[in-house]
Design a protein around this ligand. Structure first.
Ligand code: PMP
Length: 407
């Protein structure tokens, strides 16, 4: 049964018509970045063609129009993630920026007595900033272990929580494996010991809609480029009271109330964290991208992507020597991280590229996961709602052909 008209959806994405290395493109690297629908491209063109102006400062009409559009986008992001207030949405350059903003601010509150917990399946961008914070403060970084099934060891996590725990960091969905973490439970347990939690939602956002109030999460981060938006823009959600006490990350224009050489006072939320001219077109297009995906509907997207995932898993498993890493299909988003015995992932990726098939190969910025499985990396095929079973057939044929060439 067809959940929606995928061909009509595909017509919105001009890039899907192109060829790569002489073959029609099969784009299965959606976890790295998603493709951009014409509606979002038009939104960016419209901004630069019709109302390009700096925001929050001009009294002139164009500046007002641009400011209104930017603030409207912030409200769309607020509504999408169900934040209580629009000023709890900080528009950043992406997940990496959002995490660094929080990590930097916590230097003020963390001492060498404290412990910070980070999961074993994090992207480097949710590991390195906390290591830097620990270096600065002397706090101890502890790792929540994962198991062979690509899931976190929740019992061990609970045993690690003490009154020394100040911060916990986990991703909602792992980028390398697609595992969906039980974050509502993790958040509740974290709060029981009085610690705060940041959830990296970069890989969850393309597949499911997080409700920050229902989750009761303290901080939640997203990159627009993984949800049909442009690169260089994203969000940090933070609870109002926490953002109020967090010091600003960067100083500059737009983030001040008053500046003298003796003392500067900061602007209120969200501007305190938005120094300098932001990616204005990008922010507006982020809102448009959410509109686009919500028009299709996240329930429909998730159901269709799971059909693709089940189909691709079954097809790949018919190939001898295939090993799929991580969680079972029902515990993950539409990602397959795999290897074929005796073949280096890089060689597989290179041959697939010659056939017009784009997958990611390597450690996926999650080297600890690769160390856990004792492998140099994997081939990662990640699906989006604009992919098709026909593309999966071409991919599986491609893997078979590459295998016969390499072995
Ligand atoms: N966290 C996760 C889970 C990711 O998948 C990514 C992007 N690969 C990031 C963080 C970093 O996102 P960005 O590069 O957009 O800052």
């Amino acid at each position: 049964k067809q959940l929606f008209n995928v061909e009509a959806i595909r017509a919105d994405f001009p890039i899907l018509n192109r060829k790569v290395n002489g073959q029609p493109l099969v784009y299965f690297d959606n976890a790295a970045t998603s493709q951009t629908p014409q509606q979002v491209i038009d939104c960016i063109v419209d901004y630069y063609s019709n109302y390009n102006a700096n925001i929050h400062r001009g009294v002139h009409s164009l500046s007002q129009i641009a400011t209104d559009a930017y603030e409207k986008a912030r409200q769309k992001v607020q509504q999408h993630f169900n934040a209580k207030h629009a000023h709890e949405i900080i528009l950043t350059s992406g997940t990496t920026h959002s995490i660094n903003l929080v990590a930097n601010g916590y230097a003020k509150f963390i001492t060498e007595e404290d412990e910070i917990l980070v999961s074993a399946m994090e992207h480097h961008s949710n590991i390195v900033p906390w290591q830097m914070l620990c270096e600065k403060t002397g706090a101890k970084l502890k790792v929540i272990p994962m198991n062979e099934n690509g899931m976190l060891e929740i019992d061990q996590f609970e045993a690690m929580l003490t009154n020394k725990t100040k911060l916990v960091f986990v991703n909602h969905v792992s980028n390398a494996l697609g595992s969906i973490n039980p974050i509502k439970h993790i958040i509740a347990k974290t709060h029981e010991v009085g610690a705060k939690i940041l959830v990296d939602g970069a890989q969850a956002a393309p597949h499911l809609k997080a409700d920050v109030q229902d989750l009761d999460v303290d901080y939640y981060t997203v990159s627009a480029h993984k949800i049909c938006g442009p690169t260089g823009v994203g969000m940090l959600y933070g609870k109002e009271a926490l953002l109020e006490e967090l010091p600003p990350y960067q100083g500059g224009g737009e983030m001040i109330a008053e500046v003298t050489f003796e003392k500067t006072t900061y602007a209120g939320l969200p501007h305190k964290f938005e120094a300098g001219t932001p990616n204005i077109a990008g922010g507006i297009a982020f809102g448009e991208a959410l509109d686009y995906m919500n028009t299709i509907g996240f329930d429909v997207i998730a159901a269709y992507e799971h059909e693709l995932l089940d189909y691709a898993t079954a097809q790949l498993n018919t190939i001898e020597g295939v090993r799929i890493f991580g969680a079972k299909p029902e515990q993950k988003t539409a990602v397959i991280s795999f290897n074929i015995e005796g073949i280096h992932p890089y060689d597989m990726g290179t041959l697939l590229d010659k056939m017009g098939i784009a997958v990611r190969t390597g450690h996926h910025c999650a080297q600890p996961i690769m160390n856990f499985y004792k492998i140099p990396g994997t081939v990662r095929a990640s699906f989006s709602f604009y992919n098709t079973k026909t593309e999966i057939d071409r991919f599986v044929e491609g893997v078979k052909k590459a295998k016969s060439m390499l072995l």
